[in-house]
Design a protein around this ligand. Structure first.
Ligand SMILES: [Zn+2]
Length: 151
């Protein structure tokens, strides 16, 4: 009896595990590249195609794993297109300043009530935040809604 020698099943299992780890690392790498790129685009007020990217990624993973995914219209909530023009309208309404700290630097458009939690892309749910306040806020849900400031 030799407890230290691996059986063929154990070797196969280890090999599978290694492949799984490699696959996960690859997904991780892609996800990080994606986040970097999309945050860069949204920083400059661009239209970030999260939905189509996530859809493609989900379909590709499903294809590799050999499983079927539900149709896109059942999986994803439809959203209004979020354009650079809209970002500009939000900046303009908020006087090109962060509504939290007032800085005019590194402005981003933020969802008051996070889109991921059901918030809309309507002007009333959008506010100007600097990158620093935005990262502090994250996806926290506010206690009270900030009304649109009439100027
Ligand atoms: Zn700020």
């Amino acid at each position: 009896m030799n407890g230290t020698r691996n059986t063929p099943v154990e070797l196969l299992y280890a090999e599978q595990q290694e492949r799984e780890e490699q696959a996960l690392a690859a997904i991780d790498r892609i996800a990080h590249e994606l986040i970097e790129e999309t945050s860069y685009i949204s920083h400059w007020g661009g239209d970030v195609p999260y939905d189509s990217v996530i859809e493609t990624l989900t379909e590709r993973i499903a294809e590799i794993l050999g499983v079927t995914t539900p149709p896109a219209n059942k999986r994803l909530r439809k959203r209004e297109s979020f354009t650079a023009r809209k970002s500009l309208a939000v900046f303009k309404r908020d006087d090109y300043k962060c509504v939290f700290c007032g800085t005019p630097d590194d402005l981003t458009v933020d969802h008051v009530y996070p889109w991921s939690k059901g918030g809309s892309d309507g002007m009333e749910n959008l506010q100007t935040l600097c990158a620093s306040c935005n990262s502090k806020k994250r996806d926290k849900v506010p206690n009270k809604r900030l009304g649109s400031v009439a100027s």
